[in-house]
Design a protein around this ligand. Structure first.
Ligand code: ADP
Ligand code: MG
Length: 275
């Protein structure tokens, strides 16, 4: 088993990683009926973390070359914003596995200073949760996959005392029910402070007369935005700075892909890079 992506980019590792990425892209292109006899050119729009645009473009180009005829690399939170039509006075926060990406929209293509990427995202929650569980239940056995599943099924932020999460784990071969509520909360809460801090910082750089509008237009997307209570928690923290509204987009897991598709359909030929 190879996991070729790390912290939101293709791992600068072994040939196995590169091979795995190519296989994956091949598979995706095949799934959408893009390879085969029809002789239709394949255009690939690839979403990347906000700050990975420059560094990772070569690696992406290499990976896509075999399977596509034209390439467009877009920042993922920008793709989300485009799909939502949230193009002005808005802030998109896309919480994936490797990175949490921010993009402030000011009516034009976002510049570098309008975007941020942090490594505090889904994978980090998983690592923290595994640590906490191993500490608390040294006699039980947990795998990365199981811990991620706990988070996806039961993950939540804040909400003290309002819920209880119990799971069954084998302890010395015997199925045992353990309470993981505090560990889940603690692990999930770790993304909250960096998220709020970065949002505050980006909004503070916005034209003062429109900052309130931006605060009313905050969208959470990506798998991490499915954590229960996240939008409310962020709204609670940010309302210290003034009235605000934070919402999770309708289709968090596909918002980036949907936006990239809309962008791909709208962009004229000169925005594509031939492969
Ligand atoms: N229901 C859920 N609750 C919390 N986290 C989730 C949920 N579903 C998926 N995730 C997490 O979201 C991350 C993947 O999100 P995604 O937006 O698909 O990522 P990426 O853009 O990095 O491919 C993973 O860390 C995954 O565990
Ligand atoms: Mg993503």
């Amino acid at each position: 088993m190879v996991r070729p992506l790390e912290e939101g980019v293709i791992r600068d590792g072994t040939a196995r990683d590169e091979e795995a990425v190519q296989e994956l892209i091949h598979h995706l292109v095949e799934q959408v009926g893009g390879s085969g006899e029809q002789d239709q050119p394949v255009h690939a729009a690839v979403g990347v973390p906000a700050e990975a645009l420059r560094v990772n473009k070569m690696a992406i180009r290499d990976a896509v070359r075999e399977h596509a005829d034209a390439l467009m690399v877009v920042s993922e939170p920008f793709a989300v914003a485009y799909g939502l039509d949230a193009l002005n006075h808005a802030l998109v926060i896309d919480i994936g596995a490797g990175t949490m990406d921010f993009c402030v929209m000011r009516g034009t293509m976002p510049a570098e200073e309008d975007q941020r990427s942090l490594n505090t995202a889904g994978d980090q929650i998983d690592r923290r949760l595994l640590e906490l569980l191993e500490e608390e239940y040294p006699e039980a056995r947990f795998s990365d996959t199981v811990v991620r599943k706990y988070k996806e099924q039961h993950g939540f932020v804040q909400k003290n005392g309002r819920m209880s999460v119990k799971v069954d784990v084998p302890v010395e071969g015997k199925v045992t029910s353990i309470n993981i509520t505090d560990a889940v909360r603690q692990a999930c809460d770790t993304i909250l402070a960096p998220l709020v801090e970065t949002a505050v910082d980006l909004i503070a750089r916005y034209e003062p007369e429109f900052q309130e509008q931006v605060r009313q237009n905050i969208y959470l997307a990506g798998g991490g935005s499915l954590l229960d209570g996240l939008a409310d928690a962020v709204e609670g923290e940010l309302s210290e700075y003034g009235p605000c509204q934070v919402q999770t987009v309708d289709d968090p897991l596909y918002a980036g892909a949907n936006g990239a598709l809309a962008l791909a359909q709208d962009m004229p030929e000169e925005y594509w890079e031939d492969m």
